[in-house]
Design a protein around this ligand. Structure first.
Ligand SMILES: C[S@@+](CC[C@H](N)C(=O)[O-])C[C@H]1O[C@@H](n2cnc3c(N)ncnc32)[C@H](O)[C@@H]1O
Length: 451
């Protein structure tokens, strides 16, 4: 099953988190078998950067020229040898059998020989020769050790304020190393109760732990979220705690005058809209949730339906159908690279490129402009990304703010004062969550008031 998943991710651009449950059901796996299949496929996808560096030394052919099944069996075998307690002889023997089933006898000897070479050292031993020396090139070393593309390691270091100055050593990059390591951990499922229809106590009574900061949040350590009654009934949903807090922050800033009209400019699939719709119902306000893609707008409609105080519109947020200055509170949770949620999507780090970030920048700026224009004077605006990349956060904001004199930046970390260490390194008014600091996705939040 793990090989089938790896081949689908590599060859058909499948999403591992969507395909995995289907394959587990198709193969009738349960309990420990399902857990092992998940660990083998997710672990191999996450660790690909480290394993390919090792295989590059053990194999005299370029990995990209190998038959895909051979390449994936080698990665899967390397993961078992270097990162699990599976006995080396079992890891090699099952890999050889697997390639025989998939590609016949011919590549079996090759796989056997390469994996026997891999088995001659442990991971720490391989890192000494497969990764750049850590005092000479600490970022290059961390990229291989924690299995991330180098450009992502560089982007995290820049956002953490750890990349400036010549002659950086490993001691200057401790947080960068911590966030790269955190991306390889399995995150707990985080749930959010819909205000008015469920609460944290109900989720705790169903076996969850209360969330650290979100008053609506709870952590589900084990088991299927759909087995939690409030989730099954649409009165709660799966949502990262930092995403919950970004929506909560928008509603916490006081506004003078009317406060009955709220807007979510990019609402699909409806996580923040669900929470905002519940909060709007409680506050006597009405949420308008916009989404450009029809099928995602349907997901938003299903998510907010229980609150009953929401209008969902299919609309291009860069050409809005609503009147300007019509809303008291506006959130733009813009499409982004998703570099803040690499823990949840094991293959995502290999799919994204630095060029994707540049390509999406125009849309991010356009949607922020719409959000600012949509707020009435005195109204509040939130700009949110699920990425800490400075090109998607600080640079978008500085470009758009430099065009206008009708926007005041608010102190977002002060609005979420209960959460420690949120202040962005170089732009202190903005908030940045981090997996290694907060146990959440790396969500970025900026708050503004329209003058
Ligand atoms: C980061 S997601 C929003 C996540 C959502 N706020 C939540 O909490 O579930 C960005 C959404 O913006 C939508 N989108 C992309 N371009 C858009 C546009 N021009 N106008 C409105 N929505 C757009 C995408 O389809 C996607 O669903």
């Amino acid at each position: 099953m793990a090989l089938e998943l790896l081949l689908a991710v590599d060859g058909r651009d499948a999403y591992a988190n969507l395909l995995l449950p289907r394959l587990i059901a198709q193969h009738h796996l349960a309990g420990r078998d399902a857990a092992l299949a998940t660990e083998l496929s997710y672990g191999t996808l996450r660790g690909r950067g480290s394993y390919d560096a090792v295989l590059g030394i053990c194999c005299d052919r370029d990995l990209s020229t190998l038959d895909p099944a051979v390449r994936e069996v080698l990665r899967l075998g390397t993961h078992q040898l270097l990162a699990t307690r599976i006995q080396p002889h079992a890891a090699v023997a099952t890999s050889v059998n697997l390639i025989k089933e998939h590609a016949g006898q011919r590549p079996a000897g090759f796989v056997n020989a390469i994996l026997r070479r891999v088995a001659t050292r442990d991971m720490a031993g391989w890192l000494e020769i497969a990764a750049p020396a850590w005092d000479a090139d600490p970022l290059g070393h961390f990229a291989v050790r924690f299995s991330h593309p180098r450009w992502i390691a560089e982007a995290f270091a820049a956002a953490l304020g750890e990349s400036s100055g010549a002659g950086l050593g490993p001691a200057d990059l401790t947080e960068t190393a911590a966030v790269l390591a955190a991306d390889n951990d399995r995150p707990a499922v985080q749930l959010c109760a819909m205000p008015g229809l469920a609460d944290q106590q109900e989720l705790v009574a169903a076996g969850c732990e209360p969330a650290r900061w979100s008053p609506f949040g709870a952590y589900l350590r084990d088991g299927d979220p759909a087995a939690v009654r409030a989730v099954a009934e649409g009165r709660a949903g799966v949502q990262d705690e930092a995403s919950q807090l970004a929506a909560v922050a928008l509603t916490r800033v006081p506004v003078d005058g009317p406060d009955g009209s709220w807007l979510d400019v990019c609402a699909g699939p409806g996580g923040k809209a669900r929470l905002l719709a519940g909060l709007a119902a409680r506050a006597g306000a009405r949420l308008t949730a916009a989404e450009i893609r029809e099928h995602r707008a349907r997901l938003v409609a299903a998510a907010v339906q229980p609150a009953g105080s929401c209008r969902v519109v299919v609309a291009d947020g860069t050409r809005p159908p609503w009147r300007p200055a019509a809303f008291d509170r506006v959130i733009a949770d813009v499409p982004c690279s998703g570099l803040g949620a690499l823990r949840r999507r094991p293959e995502a780090r290999w799919r994204r490129t630095a060029a994707d970030i540049a390509a999406i920048g125009g849309l991010q700026r356009g949607l922020l402009r719409t959000a600012l224009d949509a707020a009435r004077p005195g109204g509040v605006i939130a700009y949110v990304t699920c990425s800490p990349h400075l090109a998607e956060t600080r640079d978008v904001l500085s470009d758009v703010l430099s065009e206008r004199d009708d926007v005041a930046v608010l102190d977002a970390p002060a609005v979420l004062a209960e959460v420690p260490r949120l202040r962005c390194e170089d732009s202190g008014q903005y908030a940045q969550f981090w997996p290694h600091r907060h146990g959440t996705d790396a969500i970025f939040l900026a708050l503004f008031r329209r003058r």
